[in-house]
Write a protein that binds this ligand. Structure first.
Ligand SMILES: Cc1cc2nc3c(=O)[nH]c(=O)nc-3n(C[C@H](O)[C@H](O)[C@H](O)COP(=O)(O)O)c2cc1C
Length: 370
């Protein structure tokens, strides 16, 4: 169904991508544009001339901030500068676009675009967080930035922006980090999984417009604007998955689940009692259970190994759709880099170079999602 879409463009160097977004949106929708003065600097002359963009009250008779706010079914700010995000979060209305947004109660999608340092600035993070209460934040993504830099802050691509407001986008669950298995009331065993690969996957999926549920160890960072749920031990992870997977299409099982479970003592063990023998029993295989309980789910499992073996025995045993294998003898756990091979039940699909975990995340998604 055709919608009335108001496209807001602000003064990022990435603003020229809004020309592609406009073209793609206009196939099925009525699209009008308000551009800030700074945004106009990054649009082509032809685009500005042909598309009757307005940027201030002088460009249109009457009260365009009222009329356009009421006309729009949805508002897209693509790209959104740090300046614009901050003004919007404060309710400032010193230009036509800000005033129109302030008038509107329609769904508003905001796609930040800026350099990584600017994006990570705590004031900008707070302002984005504030906006996310009532609006939908789309990206930014990891990738190439201005002046040849690479990092988070890149504007999501036009087709990714369109994915963000498709109502039928499907839910993806990503697990991340290590489980902590309690020995007694205060002590536990865990592993050194950093959660970096899972987090990078979650961020990349979010950038691509999927609805992401990030199920993460309670000692690692959340993903802003994902649905974040924390786990402690493997039992709590299993319970969360049982709850979350019933309406999910994909699972990326990046979490490092303990292979062994200690015999829990409901007390604080006392060293005055001398040496302690800890009984570790094999843990149940959560992934195998998931595959049995959710046969329609596409499951991507991960295998941290100490050799390069393409582990077809393991993928057959687990019954998952894909297995991502990494050799932890070559790529230390916790590093920012990874090198992976991706297999399905019968074939090797891809072997990567050693790359940043953000780049690996992108390759894993490309090779496991249609
Ligand atoms: C070449 C150039 C590129 C810029 N790119 C960005 C950007 O990607 N993101 C951003 O937040 N600001 C960027 N800025 C700064 C904004 O243009 C500036 O903050 C401006 O006041 C934004 O106005 P607006 O938010 O009203 O559009 C850039 C400035 C220049 C000169």
């Amino acid at each position: 169904m055709s919608k009335n879409i108001l496209l807001g463009i602000t003064g990022s160097v990435a603003a020229s991508k809004s020309e592609i977004l406009f073209k793609n949106l206009s196939i099925d929708n009525n699209v009008k544009i308000i551009c800030t003065d700074a945004g106009l600097l990054y649009l082509s002359d032809d685009f500005i001339k042909n598309e009757k963009i307005i940027s201030s009250w002088e460009d249109s008779p009457g009260s365009p901030h009222i009329e356009l706010a009421r006309w729009a079914d949805e508002i897209l700010i693509y790209p959104a500068t740090a300046n614009f995000i901050s003004k919007m979060s404060m309710g400032i209305a010193d230009d036509l676009l800000l005033s129109t947004i302030l008038m509107s109660n329609k769904p508003t999608y905001i796609a930040p675009a800026m350099h990584e340092e600017m994006y990570l600035n705590s004031i900008i993070q707070q302002n984005i967080e504030k906006l996310s209460i009532n609006h939908i934040i789309c990206g930014p993504r990891y990738g190439e930035l201005d002046i040849g830099d690479t990092g988070y802050g890149r504007l999501i691509e036009p087709h990714e922006m369109i994915n963000h407001f498709q109502k039928d986008k499907f839910k993806v669950v990503v697990t991340s980090g290590g489980t902590m298995e309690m020995i007694d009331s205060v002590r536990m065993i865990s592993n050194t999984s950093s959660g970096k690969q899972g987090r990078a996957l979650g961020m990349e999926l979010l950038s691509r417009g999927y609805s992401v549920t990030y199920v993460h160890a309670n000692n690692i960072k959340i993903i802003p604007h994902a649905k974040n749920i924390s786990f402690t031990d493997s039992k709590s992870l299993k319970n969360i998955l049982q709850e979350e997977l019933s309406d999910s299409t994909y699972l990326f099982m990046t979490a490092a689940v303990s292979d062994f479970i200690p015999d829990y003592k409901d007390t604080k063990l006392d060293r005055s009692e001398g040496s302690l023998n800890l009984l570790l029993s094999p843990n149940e295989d959560i992934v195998k259970e998931v595959v049995t309980n959710f046969p329609n789910l596409t499951t991507v499992a991960f295998s941290a190994q100490v050799e390069d073996n393409l582990n077809f025995e393991k993928i057959k045993d687990k019954g998952v759709n894909y297995l991502v294998i990494n050799n932890i003898a070559k790529n230390k756990i916790g590093s920012d880099h990874n090198q992976v091979s991706i297999i399905n039940q019968t074939d090797l699909l891809y072997t990567s170079e050693k790359l940043k975990k953000e780049e690996i995340a992108s390759l894993i998604i490309d090779n496991t999602m249609n």
